[in-house]
Design a protein around this ligand. Structure first.
Ligand code: FES
Length: 156
């Protein structure tokens, strides 16, 4: 067992384990800290919360937000909800797939960007909306997407 993973999980579990319904807060905290929920973390989380591994896997699998594999250096989420679709999100999504050479829940070949869907970013009046890591960007068309992508690929 990876000692650093164990130590990191212990701290996160200690911060959340006494909350009612601790599993979701723990999973969010692990993904926020590590970028994903490593498979090796599942038995540790299950034991700490007195759950079965199947229960933990079930929740991770149910919410597409959770990743079991490490993402690329950056995560780009394209809004697929109705208000953004009404102003061009489907075309933007198709462009993003072409530009990155991958679909949703996948990472482009150079490892710079993982593409994910999201269902409303609370930025409906300025769609099509995307989230680039922690920043929400509105009115994104193909040209703006390519600019964002170039910035990400130049960034560390
Ligand atoms: S529908 Fe896209 S931000 Fe709300």
């Amino acid at each position: 067992m990876d000692a650093s993973l164990n130590a990191e999980l212990s701290a996160l579990l200690d911060a959340h384990r006494d909350r009612p319904g601790a599993l979701l807060p723990v999973l969010h905290a692990v993904q926020d800290a590590l970028g994903h929920i490593p498979p090796a973390a599942v038995p540790i989380i299950a034991r700490a919360l007195n759950l079965s591994r199947a229960e933990v896997h079930g929740v991770i699998g149910f919410y597409r937000h959770f990743r079991s594999r490490a993402p690329g250096r950056h995560v780009v989420q394209v809004c697929r909800a109705e208000a953004c679709q009404a102003v061009g999100a489907l075309e933007l999504e198709a462009h993003a797939r072409r530009a990155l050479g991958c679909g949703f829940h996948a990472t482009c070949a150079d490892g710079s960007v993982t593409l994910e869907p999201v269902y409303c970013l609370g930025n409906c009046a300025c769609g099509p909306s995307v989230r680039v890591d922690d920043e929400i960007v509105g009115r994104v068309d193909a040209r703006r997407f390519d600019e964002l992508l170039a910035e990400l690929r130049d960034a560390p």
